[in-house]
Write a protein that binds this ligand. Structure first.
Ligand code: ZN
Length: 150
């Protein structure tokens, strides 16, 4: 199976390094192929890599299989000597900083959560490979509602 296209929809600079299917989960290892990243604190561009780590993020299921993205995220040195931050983590535009779910997965859960009762939403999502509790569905719907009201 070729996941490149699905991954590119998240960000065109994302490339698949490896993929593996274990039982009902597809693991897709990927990384950004950009050579530079912008410091979120001072906006300076840097191409000096401090370290790399892996972030595991759930994405939309594929044919009822759970999808876990193993993203190799880079930490950069800020190139600006006047910046208060020596390093910064690469910003990914398709997932919030502390989130373990892609924005498009959250959007999907929100859509189902708004349409169905929480219990029905849990069932519908489970059928498509998303294991989630009713309280998490409610939390996501509530949070999205708050964001839209701002
Ligand atoms: Zn900086």
């Amino acid at each position: 199976m070729n996941f490149e296209e699905l991954i590119k929809e998240l960000n065109k600079n994302l490339v698949v390094i490896d993929s593996q299917k274990k039982e009902n989960t597809i693991y897709i290892k990927c990384e950004m192929k950009t050579s530079q990243s912008k410091c979120p604190y001072c906006e300076s561009l840097s191409d000096s890599i401090h370290s790399k780590y892996i972030r595991t993020i759930s994405d939309l299921p594929i044919q009822n299989n759970k999808v876990k993205l193993l993203i190799i995220v880079r930490k950069f040195f800020c190139s600006n000597p006047n910046c208060n931050h020596k390093t910064f983590g690469e910003k990914l535009n398709f997932v919030e900083t502390k989130s373990v779910k892609t924005n498009r997965l959250i959007e999907y859960i929100n859509t189902i959560g708004l349409r169905d009762s929480a219990m029905d939403a849990v069932r519908t999502l489970a059928e498509s490979g998303i294991k989630i509790s009713s309280s998490t569905v409610l939390r996501i719907v509530k949070k999205n509602k708050n964001n839209h009201n701002l």
